[in-house]
Design a protein around this ligand. Structure first.
Ligand code: G3H
Ligand code: 13P
Ligand code: NA
Ligand code: ZN
Length: 328
């Protein structure tokens, strides 16, 4: 059954677990996630970016969400807009059946310029008021994702923002977070703690200097009742890098967010954990493997079935490790 982000994360907080929010663009990703969830009785957040909506089309995407909900009636399902950048994006998502939206006002509507605080508060509060009026939930974001190693801030399209940002901009300020939540009435708050989108997050296994989990603990101490969201939470597993590179890929060595760090976050108020890159890599690894080992193959299903299987294994692991399993 369809539920809101607020309903799901309230349950997660009461029962001390986190929920992975997987990005989807197509049927195969949707099936992989739902199969994994059904196998371990986990509630699900399916999220679609603006890019996903233009890739699949709003009608295809929303009917696909309907189909997945109908196939798995026992699984609580939240359908969420990832990184909405303005009122139109958020409201049109709700109109297409999404039960939750992210109004990411941490960047200006061009999604490249770090926004000032007053802009972020004003647009997020406006979206929250409208979404709440029709029973949908809202996630806001305070702080700009980016690398503490390089000081490079990140535009939410995954491409580098202009210039170099200070740690003040790259790490969410706990006192400002208190003010932001009160002023906007968001149901969940995305914070910046040194993670970034995509595969290239860290040049080494992260320690506290470059992955600031202590910032999450400080925010949670001041906002114990607020559901926190971690973006850029792919772990970029070595074995997925290895499969891709074994079969013709050329991904430079990189490091993601260790799952044990996410587990630490979940002990300190993190309830929604955004994962896209790991799923993409699971799919691409199998795609490359089949292509390399079976050069005469041309049936897409022969590529996509093993890809789905690999993504399902990845999703199941996250449901288990975040404590989501058993809570459907
Ligand atoms: O926010 C980033 C997510 O990974 C979605 O990526 O905009 O390429 O669909 P996308
Ligand atoms: P990853 O690129 O680490 O998977 O992050 C996804 C995300 O934050 C989507 O909003
Ligand atoms: Na941001
Ligand atoms: Zn994100």
């Amino acid at each position: 059954a369809r539920i809101t982000l607020r309903q799901l994360l309230d349950h997660a907080a009461e029962n001390s677990y986190g929920v992975p929010a997987f990005n989807i663009n197509n049927m195969e990703q949707g099936l992989a996630i739902m199969e994994a969830a059904a196998a371990c009785d986990a509630p699900v957040i399916l999220q679609a970016s603006r890019g996903a909506r233009s890739y699949a089309g709003d009608i295809m995407l929303s009917k696909m969400m309907d189909a997945l909900a109908e196939m798995y009636p026992q699984i609580p399902l939240c359908v969420h807009q990832d990184h909405g950048n303005d009122e139109a994006t958020c409201l049109s998502a709700i109109r297409h059946g999404f039960t939750s939206v992210m109004m990411d006002g941490s960047l200006e509507a061009d999604a490249k310029t770090p926004a000032d605080y007053d802009y972020n508060v004003a647009i997020t509060a406006r979206v929250a008021k409208m979404a709440h009026a029709v029973g949908a939930s809202v996630e806001g974001e305070l702080g700009v994702l980016g690398s503490l190693e390089t000081g490079q801030g990140e535009a939410e399209d995954g491409h580098g923002a202009e210039g170099t940002l200070s740690h003040d901009q790259l790490l969410t300020d706990p006192d400002q977070a208190v003010d932001f939540v009160a002023a906007t009435q968001v149901d969940a708050l995305a914070i910046a703690c040194g993670t970034s989108h995509g595969a290239y997050k860290f040049t080494r296994k992260p320690d506290g200097d470059i992955l600031a989990m202590h910032v999450i603990e400080a925010i949670h101490a001041k906002l114990p009742g607020t559901h926190l969201v971690m973006h850029g939470s792919s772990s970029v597993p070595q074995e997925l890098q290895d499969v891709i590179n074994k079969y013709g890929g050329q991904m430079p060595q990189t490091y993601g967010v260790p799952v044990e760090e996410i587990e630490r976050g979940i002990r300190h108020g993190v309830r929604k954990v955004n994962i896209d890159t790991d799923c993409r890599m699971a799919i691409t690894g199998q795609f490359r493997k089949i292509a390399a080992e079976n050069p005469t193959e041309f049936d897409p299903r022969k590529f996509l079935k093993p890809s789905m299987d690999a993504m399902r294994v990845l999703c199941r692991d996250r449901f288990e490790r975040f404590g989501t399993a058993g809570n459907a």
